[in-house]
Design a protein around this ligand. Sequence first.
Ligand SMILES: Cc1ncc(C[n+]2csc(CCOP(=O)(O)OP(=O)(O)O)c2C)c(N)n1
Ligand SMILES: [Mg+2]
Length: 324
Amino acid sequence: MRPIKGYDKPFLSALLREMLLIRRFEEKAGQMYGLKKIGGFCHLYNGQEAVCSGAAAGMQRGLDRLLTGYRDHGHAISLGLDPKTLMAELYGKATGCSKGKGGSMHMFDYAKGMWGGNGIVGGQIPLATGSAFAQKSQKDGGATIVFFGDGAIHQGAFHEAMNLAATWKLPVVFVCENNQYGMGSAVDRVSSVTDLYVKGQAYNIPSKMVDGMDVIAVYEEVKAAMDTARTKFEPSFLEIKTYRYKGHSMSDPAKYRTKEETEAFLAQDPILLLKGRMEEAKLLTEDQYKDLDRELKDLVMGCVEFAEASPEPGYEEIYTDIYV
Ligand SMILES: Cc1ncc(C[n+]2csc(CCOP(=O)(O)OP(=O)(O)O)c2C)c(N)n1
Ligand SMILES: [Mg+2]
């Protein structure tokens, strides 16, 4: 665990609030999916909150860009997209951040640096590398960060993109969110190495393993990597070790792992860890945490009400925002 000493209360409180908001948002999304209010695919982020929250805190807003896969609700919240527009997107409503035409896997807001979720495993890795190439050519001063899973790392596109990023010195940070599983395959069943960060060394890219349950560790490592990308045009690779509490998607009961394993990770829950450390440092009381939790549950309920009251996209929207 990295010390929280040196970080002020507003910074830590904002991280705690954001992680708890993501958790409550995901719980509500799961519930509404179960009630068949939400259709299509839906991949929840419970357990991984410290990764997107710590990372987004280390980005320069207005300059940097983020791309990720289909498990993208948390990243969107961390970049400041209005959770109402995210819930509306899940509902397929016109008020959604992608006008109700993207759904769970395609949260997007160019102005906020959210360059999208992607349904194709690993597809975002070359896209992000192209984005970094554009940023370097256009001298816009920013860098791109891309998130992908331990399953995606076996796609050829990962290796091709890493090689280009190193050769062309692109301002990109590659983040593997190693949540230990692909859809249902444990990482040690499908990977010749289980410490995935070593793969960056093959491309001469500085690579590190980071504790994804410690939001401060994620913040510090991502900030350093993004600053290096922005100022020196040097790519980095971070393997952030985390854990997915829920199944891969809504149709997966996650029977391939033991109760003991899940419980061991629940014991180092990223939200409760930060809460405990803030309490120890006398920056938070149990009552304040309960108030925050109540406030966020209400906020998320407000998102559901907003989504339900919103209109469906009109038929005239069928041919808008498409390539062909
Ligand atoms: C190219 C491609 N192949 C297969 C799939 C089906 N698929 C969706 S998610 C997934 C597992 C990916 O696991 P990981 O990269 O670890 O991400 P996580 O779901 O754990 O966040 C697979 C195989 C897909 N969407 N795209
Ligand atoms: Mg995974």
